[in-house]
Write a protein that binds this ligand. Sequence first.
Ligand code: ASP
Length: 322
Amino acid sequence: MDTAPKSDSGAASTNLTASWGASCGAGAGRWALLVHGGAGDVPRASLPAQIAGCRAAAAAAADVLRQGGSALDAAQRAVETLEDDPKFNAGTGGCLNADGDLELDAALMDGRLLRAGAVAALPPFKNPIAIARAALEDARHVLYTGAGAARFAEAHGFVASANGAMVTDAARERLAKVRVEGGTGGWAGGTVGAVVRDAHGTVAAATSTGGLVNKHVGRVGDSPILGAGTYADNDAGACSNTGNGEAVMRLCLAKTVIEWMRGGLAAEEAARGAIHLLGGRLHAFGGLILVDREGRLGLARNTRTMTWAAACDSWSEIAGGA
Ligand code: ASP
């Protein structure tokens, strides 16, 4: 690898703000990718398993690229892997709304022609990101919500999940705890995302989440909103956000960061700037992952943890941390 990844994870318990960056070179044929498992406060004992989940997603996405798949294919594969892992707040294991139901948000964007697809407040389907991909390919509309998103999914061959099949005991317990504490919109952590630059210089971003615990029915977060939680543009880079969705939306954070990278800022610097804006301007918490058009990777967070994993064609191993 050109630059050895240097993780700030050692500082995680004492210093909330941390960043990481690496470069594998921008030459022809080079690819790089980065996935996250959500800004939050994962207990120390659970971190190894969560990082392993991110590594598995990065490995699956790397395989897609090695077999000639696109950045879009790889980002989708990474997020599907994390949606299927019940430890994360996306797909199976997603957090529950105030009625005790799953309402899932996901978006996918291709930086080549700015093609995008998204679903919001989707009832349980196994892989919301695959339905976002179907919307992207269908190309008639970008964003489908609620019952309309379910109807679109079924019309494209997806089968709704059987009642309760995607709801885990951990999600039920988290909802019960938040209800006892009297909170609305408790932060679950565990949102997932991926950014990829493929060997042809195309970038893609994908994000998927169950949102917040005990959120009001119909609440939509930043993840499926282009320019807030998710964005990709070959002239700049790709971004997937996690954290306080209401703050991320108000800042149009993904598009803001994309414009900084279009202006020449490297991924790690742009990620640090985003966290400065989120924490400094709105006193909100979160994290993000970026790849810039040069293939440089960057992440930053102002939460205690954000699990991640990265892969690059020139590295012999997958990097990972929290
Ligand atoms: N950003 C997500 C939302 O507000 C939550 C998270 O990333 O933890 O829905």
